[in-house]
Design a protein around this ligand. Structure first.
Ligand code: AMP
Ligand code: MG
Length: 337
């Protein structure tokens, strides 16, 4: 009897800890919201957690991960890994981080799917576009040809065995502006998951990665505004979870020269910014896929884009295209109503 009683304090302590754990578990989930300017845009994290401390710590780590990715993928930072590779990979193959290698591998996949409409080697043309925006003048045929000679995804060689990158043409350079924010949103959600937070959303300046729905809800409510000059009939509100959503449009970044409008998305075939307008919204399994395809589908003819989307698993899209007075709408069969 006394021998059994000797265990009593330990048992009481154990029961106490157990009920504390239950209390934690049963504590209702609260909504937390955080925002930070990173990668030249506002990142927002919405999450549900039972403890403010966990929520704060998890979001801090998620923002740190985005900062880390910016140091790798940025074309603005002189010292980014991407820029180091651009400077050296034409001379000899460069071993790169697994993040950079993964993004480049996926980018090549989107280039093949879109027949080169999505192409991260467009950077020489993006630089001409930026100069044109400053000077309000199109590049000369000479400079356009010179830049185009340095563009082409087929000239990026990736070796998975050595995780190295080689650029086949000197003067080539890469721009991950059409895919990097999506990847950052995906990775930020992964960090939150490591903290046991599943009910969360990461908004990378309009490109979203959604986790599990808020407690008691069917999903996150995502509103896609109608493009400029379009009526409210194109406004959509979706209830979604566990996916990526991205929108590309000519609404905010464009240059107008001699009455023509050129968007910041380059058509690799002409070397110029797109002259048609519109908005492309993509829902996919992750935000990287949605981001890259939203950019790529902006370039492709509408029917071709929808055909591509129908052939892909877990991807849906809506393409609104405007060229002068003409309007075209393409919607894939499983796009949320
Ligand atoms: P997004 O806003 O996601 O549609 O991406 C647009 C950005 O992607 C541009 O600002 C460029 O940095 C880059 N970009 C432009 N044209 C292309 C293209 N054809 N393929 C891949 N990236 C592009
Ligand atoms: Mg994109």
């Amino acid at each position: 009897m006394t021998r059994h009683l000797a265990h009593l304090p330990a048992l009481v302590l154990f029961a106490g800890l157990l009920s504390l754990a239950w209390a934690q578990e049963l504590k209702p989930l609260e909504r937390f919201e955080y925002a930070r300017i990173l990668m030249g845009t506002e990142f927002q994290i919405l999450l549900y957690a039972s403890q403010e401390r966990t929520a704060g710590l998890a979001s801090e780590r998620a923002f740190e991960r985005i900062e880390e990715l910016d140091r790798i993928l940025s074309d603005y930072r002189e010292d980014s890994e991407l820029n180091r590779v651009c400077r050296t990979a034409a001379e000899s193959p460069q071993v790169v981080s697994s993040d950079l290698f993964y993004v480049l591998e996926r980018a090549q996949e989107f280039s093949r799917w879109t027949g080169g409409a999505f192409d991260v080697t467009v950077r020489p043309l993006v630089e001409l576009w930026r100069a044109a925006r400053l000077r309000k003048q199109l590049p000369s045929a000479h400079w356009l040809e010179e830049a185009r000679a340095r563009v082409g995804y087929q000239n990026v060689l990736l070796n998975p065995q050595t995780r190295s990158v080689r650029l086949r043409v000197s003067g080539m350079s890469l721009d991950l502006g059409g895919i990097g924010k999506g990847y950052a949103a995906d990775q930020a959600l992964e960090v939150l998951r490591e903290f046991g937070i599943e009910r969360a959303l990461v908004n990378a300046g309009g490109d979203l990665r959604l986790g599990q729905p808020p407690p008691g809800k069917r999903g996150w409510i995502v509103a896609v505004d109608p493009p400029r000059d379009e009526g409210a009939e194109f406004r959509r509100t979706f209830t979604l979870h566990d996916c990526g959503v991205a929108t590309s449009s000519d609404q905010y970044q464009y240059v107008e020269i001699d009455g023509s409008r050129y968007s910041h998305i380059i058509d690799p075939r002409t070397g110029l910014g797109l002259q048609h307008g519109g908005t492309v919204t993509v829902v996919a399994r992750d935000a990287l896929t949605a981001d890259a395809l939203a950019t790529g589908l902006s370039v492709l003819p509408v029917e071709e884009g929808i055909q591509l989307v129908e052939s892909l698993d877990g991807v849906e899209a809506r393409i609104l295209r405007r060229q002068g007075e003409e309007r075209q709408v393409g919607v894939s069969s499983g796009f949320p109503p």
